[in-house]
Design a protein around this ligand. Structure first.
Ligand SMILES: NC(=O)CC[C@H](N)C(=O)O
Length: 208
């Protein structure tokens, strides 16, 4: 079945997500306004600058309907800055910076510090069959705390003692600290597109 997946296009890394979603068979569209948001079965919140996106979300008034759709169970994938937007709590936020929330996690912005602020690694991600996933981290956040309803999908070693959570899922919300749209491996987007198809068929009912 076909499904329509939006990419929040106020700022940041939009084109690569649209391309990945199309390779997964979804109709992919940019979302800047409430009317566009209303047409999509699922949404990608891309990487970029989370404080800038927060400002633009509030300036355009898109924050209110978007929070509503997230609360109503719209599937979403937040990558990097998008993960920050979906987090309930942020450490190192810019003055006045807020999030949409929905994911019961605390994230630390720029959580890998200056020395390793960008790096690439291969990681095993729960729910993705096949080989390890190549993950690109660019001034990425890290998850410093996850609530009991949050499934940890992937971790990497460091930057402090032990492992750091870099991918999570809670219900229909997925978030990665890395950028799944730049590796050419579409398996993370495929999970979102499957969730979008499920949401679509639920809405359309048995004969849809
Ligand atoms: N690549 C990214 O999305 C970086 C996120 C950025 N450091 C922020 O805090 O918003």
């Amino acid at each position: 079945m076909t499904c329509r997946v939006g990419v929040l296009a106020l700022q940041g890394d939009v084109a690569e997500h649209l391309a990945a979603l199309r390779r997964c068979g979804a109709e992919a569209v940019t979302v800047r306004r409430e009317a566009e948001l209303a047409t999509v079965d699922a949404l990608v919140l891309p990487g970029g600058e989370s404080s800038a996106m927060d400002r633009l979300l509030r300036a355009t008034g898109l924050d209110v309907p978007l929070r509503g759709r997230l609360r109503d169970g719209m599937p979403a994938l937040g990558s990097c800055a998008g993960m920050i937007l979906l987090a309930d709590r942020v450490e190192g936020a810019a003055p006045g910076q807020r999030t949409l929330g929905g994911l019961d996690v605390t994230v630390r912005r720029n959580g890998f510090g200056r020395q390793v602020d960008s790096f690439e690694t291969d990681l095993v991600m729960a729910g993705l069959p096949g080989p390890a996933l190549h993950a690109v981290f660019i001034r990425a956040p890290r998850v410093v705390q996850a609530g009991p309803g949050v499934q940890v999908l992937a971790t990497v070693a460091g930057p402090v003692a032990g492992d750091t959570i870099v991918a999570v899922r809670q219900g229909a919300l997925l978030a990665t600290a890395f950028h799944p749209e730049v590796s050419g491996d579409d398996r993370v987007h495929r999970v979102l597109v499957d969730l979008a198809r499920g949401a679509r068929s639920q809405r359309e009912g048995p004969q849809g």
